[in-house]
Design a protein around this ligand. Structure first.
Ligand SMILES: *[C@@H]1O[C@H](CO)[C@@H](O)[C@H](O)[C@H]1NC(C)=O
Length: 357
């Protein structure tokens, strides 16, 4: 690509995660130069995974809630912040603080570097569930105190994400020259972006992230993934695309006005389709007959795929603010088949390395 057509540099935090990596991959394929951050040995793996993209640079951020990012944010035009602690990863107070401080620290460092376009990954759990409303400034009524008193890792995670979004909104209010878009997905399923096998380099459900719910349909073991049911799902490729579109949100849409913080948006990005475990096993047995003997008994299946269809998602908002139309979402059949194919290829790469499955 010649320098005259050079696209702006995008920084992606959490670039070694399932979602962060998919975003980096789509950006690179679209011709954007990308700088991605990861932690520890993931930095080297990320470099290997994307070694065929000269426009990609991997940097280390050891602690997303601290440090001076002046150097790594140099020349950056936009930031997509996907890094977040996983549920139950550390003790609850630490996880809670790092979710909030992590977002705020990235925003403050971005502001210091003069960056004015920011996208962060929220979660559908920040909205009143199951029915919404899914407007930019409505939140789940759960308080931090209630979540901590419950001692339930799921609820603590919900509260973490909610208060992180509230902190982002508050920051946006004080920085009207910065556009901030929070993208709020439910469980994410989809084929791994090419090269991700370097990051999911050994068998285990942690490297699969939420795709473990799909993997569980062809693998009888006790690990059923994240022990929470959420309404809905979204395809990995679709939610990655939503993050990229959100770099340049349309703030002038007539229906988007009336928000307390005009430069901030929060968008629920959920597939308009739904399905269930029973029908999903049917889809797999008819479209992938070679996997028939591997399909687990419906009674053994994890229940995360049985979430009820979600009512009340404001698809017009997605179209107006980021130009993502409702009919552009992938169908469940496409998502589940592509995901299973991708996981079977990943298994093969594990076997080639000598792992026994
Ligand atoms: C699941 O998807 C299949 C294939 O598109 C469809 O025939 C079936 O009706 C769906 N099931 C539900 C519960 O929506």
């Amino acid at each position: 690509m010649s320098s005259t057509t050079q696209k702006p540099l995008v920084f992606v935090t959490g670039a070694s995660g399932l979602l962060g990596y998919a975003i980096v991959y789509q950006l690179l394929e679209a011709g954007f130069p990308v700088r991605g951050s990861a932690r520890g040995k993931k930095v080297e793996l990320l470099k290997k995974a994307l070694s065929s993209y000269p426009n990609f640079e991997a940097v280390e951020i050891a602690d997303i809630a601290a440090g001076d990012y002046s150097d790594i944010f140099k020349g950056v035009d936009a930031i997509i912040h996907t890094a977040a602690p996983l549920p139950g990863a550390t003790d609850k107070e630490t996880a809670f603080r790092s979710a909030i401080d992590g977002s705020l620290h990235v925003l403050k460092q971005a502001d210091k570097a003069g960056i004015t376009k920011i996208v962060t990954t929220s979660s559908v759990v920040t909205y009143p569930l199951p029915g919404g409303p899914f407007t930019p400034e409505t939140f789940l009524p759960l308080t931090k105190e209630q979540a901590f008193a419950s001692d339930h890792p799921g609820l603590i995670y919900f509260a973490e994400k909610k208060y992180a979004d509230l902190a982002v909104l508050d920051f946006a209010k004080g920085h009207p020259h910065i556009t901030i878009t929070m993208i709020a997905p439910p469980f994410i399923y989809g084929p791994l972006a090419p090269g991700f096998e370097y990051l999911a380099s050994e068998p285990g459900t942690t490297s699969l992230s939420t795709n473990s719910h799909i993997y569980a349909l062809i693998t009888s073991n006790d690990d059923k993934g994240i022990p929470v049911t959420l309404p809905g799902y979204v395809d990995l490729r679709d939610v990655a695309r939503a993050h990229i579109l959100a770099i340049n949100p349309n703030l002038e849409t007539p229906q988007s006005t009336g928000k307390a913080v005009p430069n901030a948006n929060r968008l629920a990005v959920l597939s308009p389709y739904s399905n269930n475990t029973h029908d999903t096993l049917q889809i797999l047995s008819s479209s992938r007959p070679e996997l028939k003997t591997r399909l687990i008994d419906e009674k053994e299946a994890p229940n995360q795929l049985d979430g009820k269809p979600v009512e009340g998602i404001e698809y017009w908002r997605l179209e107006e603010v980021i130009g993502f139309k409702k009919d552009e979402f992938r169908t469940w059949k496409e998502t589940v088949l592509d995901t299973v194919d991708s996981l079977v290829r990943l298994e093969q790469s594990w076997k080639n390395k000598g792992f026994k499955l």
